[in-house]
Ligand binder design. Structure first.
Ligand SMILES: C[S@@+](CC[C@H](N)C(=O)[O-])C[C@H]1O[C@@H](n2cnc3c(N)ncnc32)[C@H](O)[C@@H]1O
Length: 288
């Protein structure tokens, strides 16, 4: 249950805590489905290092990776010499994250937390970043407020998000007709990949904004159908949609076809499939 109250100049969103806890429990269960650690390692491993480099993480920085998953950004930040906390809604991912950190010879503190209510004091971190992470928290203003709250004045914010018009944004649009209706007040994840949206969320609380669209290229799938089958087995949001329509073979067949068609449209490979996945890389400094 979400309620919006406001005057001519201000709007306050009131979110029912019981409904919100239930929603977050569903999100946690969804991200624990399948094999997200495989996605991070096999498909998008270059994104964490790209975000850490763009945000200028340095030795000695105290860094918070929000919605960190298995530490795709947290581990490269630790390799840069930072003192890193990896926070996520889904502690089921932390064992894989700790193994990933250990393989690289670094220590990262994995801690459970909701991006919309971060369990940290104001101004605690020099750098706050998130790699295709906070985009999945449903209330964007609340999330943006939290990122800024825990970052110290003059500290840096770095956000990497799938764009609405790129492959992953289109994948979410493709799945939408097959998914249950989103809860009232929840905003679509790929909006975080829209530069204007992120600028509006952070407003004049940040300076030195740099936003650029880049692409991740994956060539690990022999065919569009192979991508779809892999994705159906590992990626929580896709698995959840298939579970929702699981009792209806015609719907399953239609979603199979729509996802394959999406990958066919994007495939620029010859011989094997090559897909470009567009993301927005957004960095800024919190007002000092
Ligand atoms: C696509 S994964 C990205 C994980 C990691 N940052 C990476 O680059 O591999 C999205 C992550 O967001 C987390 N997440 C979703 N909603 C969240 C919330 N409200 N607060 C914190 N984490 C959340 C999920 O548990 C999941 O680990």
């Amino acid at each position: 249950m979400i309620q919006t109250t406001g005057t001519d100049t201000t709007t306050t969103t009131v979110i029912d805590p019981t409904a919100d806890r239930a929603l977050k429990a569903r999100h946690r269960a969804m991200w624990a489905l399948g094999d997200y650690p495989a996605v991070a390692i096999d498909v998008i491993p270059e994104l964490g290092p790209a975000l850490v480099a763009a945000t200028g993480v340095r030795a000695g920085d105290r860094v918070l990776d929000v919605a960190a998953g298995t530490g795709n950004a947290a581990v490269p930040a630790a390799l840069a010499g930072a003192d890193v906390v990896a926070s996520d809604l889904t502690p089921e991912l932390f064992a894989a994250g700790r193994e990933f950190a250990a393989r690289h010879g670094v220590t990262v503190a994995f801690e459970e937390g909701d991006a919309e209510a971060l369990p940290y004091a104001d101004d605690s971190f020099d750098v706050v970043l998130s790699c295709v992470g906070v985009m999945f928290a449903p209330h964007h203003e609340r999330t943006a407020d939290e990122l800024l709250r825990v970052c110290r004045p003059g500290g840096r914010i770095g956000l990497l998000s799938w764009t609405p018009t790129g492959f992953v944004g289109e994948m979410f649009r493709t799945m939408k007709p097959y998914a249950p209706p989103p809860p009232a007040g929840a905003q679509p994840p790929p909006l975080w990949g829209d530069e204007d949206h992120v600028r509006a969320l952070l407003g004049d609380r940040v300076t030195d904004v740099v936003a650029r669209r880049q692409t991740l290229t994956t060539d690990r799938f022999p065919t569009p159908g192979a991508w779809r089958e892999y994705w159906k087995g590992v990626y929580g949001p896709t698995i959840a949609v298939y579970r929702h329509i699981g009792g209806d073979p015609a719907e399953v067949e239609a979603l199979d076809r729509d996802l394959t068609d999406l990958a066919v449209r994007y495939d620029r490979g010859t011989g094997s499939t090559v897909l470009d996945w567009e993301y927005l890389l957004f960095t800024a400094r919190k007002q000092g």
